[in-house]
Design a binder for this molecule. Sequence first.
Ligand SMILES: C[S@@+](CC[C@H](N)C(=O)[O-])C[C@H]1O[C@@H](n2cnc3c(N)ncnc32)[C@H](O)[C@@H]1O
Length: 198
Amino acid sequence: MSLSNPFLQRLNELYQSFIKFDATQSNRINRYRNIEPESALFLAMQVRIQQSKKILEIGTSTGYSTLWLADAAQVTGAKVTTLEIDEKRTAQAKHYAQELQVDDVIDFWVGDAQKFLEQTQEKYDFILLDAERDAYLSYWTYLQNMIQVKGGVLVVDNVISHAAEVKSLINEIKQDSRFMSTTLPIGAGLFIVTFKND
Ligand SMILES: C[S@@+](CC[C@H](N)C(=O)[O-])C[C@H]1O[C@@H](n2cnc3c(N)ncnc32)[C@H](O)[C@@H]1O
């Protein structure tokens, strides 16, 4: 059953252990930097509301958000492709996904997300962008062609907590008359983009 109490308890346990780990790391890059639980909950709801079938996550880390997305994907009959440059993190995320029996809907991809985006011809219903913010403008070149035109959505995390770092991306998207977008004050701030379809 989706979102069973044991599943939620284990997710919470994992989240607490990741937070503890991050507190021991002075170098930001070494931290896991998992999404806030309230953001993960919102994303899992959004997948259900949208009835997503194809989900892309950029930035797996240890898989906290991936687990939420995969659990929702099992409900909607979706597949999650998740990208991570650090193979040790992917191995961890895979391990938790197997333990929680959501690995059957996840395709773990290891490498530089830029390479994946350059090569893919796929479109996605739901895209979560949660990696290194200085690459986002470059990713957008590809992502704008990867959002499903009818009902697809891109969600960018940390747009309130790190507003200055995502300003250029947000300006670029706001200026593009094909899209509509807004920021939700959930967790570290979620920026949501979809096609206007006018
Ligand atoms: C903020 S964390 C992702 C957190 C994850 N979404 C969660 O909520 O559990 C960002 C991750 O992106 C990865 N990353 C950074 N640059 C990347 C790149 N160029 N390609 C793929 N992954 C990258 C980092 O290694 C890090 O694990």
